[in-house]
Write a protein that binds this ligand. Structure first.
Ligand code: G1P
Length: 300
């Protein structure tokens, strides 16, 4: 039986330069989709999947993230005094049990593999999840929960979320090399994995999306992984080694819509999609969008 996944790593050390100047003084993970910062979406998804220990890999300038998950005594007191219980309720998901959240710093930007490796002592010798908060996934059942269910059913191993991307976009992703006959159903059997290949070198257009369930052996592989694509220590390379050594890596086609909130276009799309789903906003927002589209058509 697969060991339970209790810990999740959130690599949040990136500089967020694509969102400058907004990210000059706030971490990009605090940028807000409708009414929740990006990081809250990832935390909520992890909780839904049964994660109870949250490990953040941070860097300089990320202290707003620590404050976000701390108590806010002044705000809480003011809301209590005014009996604004609904607002107090909204703060609840930001509260963590004491000791459930840990921060470790990545001192140098050496890549995603290095970021995960920085958390090795906190992870220890058990399976763990990795969630990249830039990848926001809108779905009925959270993407990580879907993966944990499939992982438990399959009895363990390493699993990466996977999604088809346009063939001209392979150089932005880890790309899976699918085994012959290995692509039926949600779970895809893979024989290789390569980080950011050019279209002509890509073994497929099935891309890795930022949700992983990994064995501790991947951490040990990271001990010896050399710099790969882009001169960085790549998580993809440490996972690919598990394919060669143990043949225990699968891709998981999740149900849901993924938004690349690391890009401005993706962030805007996610804002619209989540706005249209928000119970307090959707009617007004949908009305506005329809009006806007009608006006644009009329002007053409
Ligand atoms: C990272 C991973 C890549 C994966 C992608 C998903 O790349 O290295 O394998 O496909 O996340 O979003 P990044 O987007 O950090 O360059």
């Amino acid at each position: 039986m697969a060991r339970k996944v209790r810990k999740a790593v959130f690599p949040v050390a990136g500089l967020g330069t694509r969102f400058l100047p907004a990210t000059k003084s706030i971490p990009k993970e605090i940028l807000t989709l409708v009414d929740r910062p990006l990081i809250q979406y990832a935390i909520d998804e992890a909780r839904e999947a049964g994660i109870t220990e949250f490990i953040f890999v941070t860097s300089r300038g990320k202290s707003a993230l620590e404050d976000y998950f701390d108590r806010a005594p002044e705000i809480e007191k003011a809301l209590t005094d005014k009996n604004k219980l609904d607002l107090l309720e909204r703060l609840k998901p930001t509260n963590m049990d004491s000791g459930a959240i840990a921060y470790v710093r990545q001192h140098e930007a050496l890549g995603l593999g290095h970021a995960v490796w920085c958390a090795r002592r906190l992870i220890g010798n058990e399976p763990f999840a990795v969630l990249l908060p830039d990848d926001v996934i809108q779905s009925n059942v959270g993407c990580l929960k879907q993966m944990v269910d499939a992982y438990e059913e399959s009895g363990g191993g390493n699993m990466v979320a996977a999604m088809e991307v346009s063939p001209d976009k392979t150089s932005a992703y880890g790309i899976l090399d699918v085994k012959d006959g290995g692509d039926s159903g949600n779970v895809v059997n893979v024989k290789g994995m390569v980080e950011k290949p050019a279209t002509e070198d890509a073994p497929s257009n099935l891309a890795v999306i930022g949700r992983y369930i990994l064995t501790p052996q991947v951490l040990r592989n990271l001990n010896k992984i050399k710099r790969g694509a882009g001169g960085e220590i790549q998580l993809t390379d440490a996972i690919a080694e598990e394919i060669t050594e143990n043949d225990n890596v699968t891709g998981f086609r999740f149900a849901g819509q993924r938004y690349d909130c690391g890009s401005k276009a993706g962030f805007l799309q996610a804002t619209v999609a989540f706005g249209l789903q928000h119970p307090d906003l959707r009617d007004e927002f949908e009305g506005y969008l329809n009006e806007l589209v009608a006006l644009r058509h009329a002007a053409q």
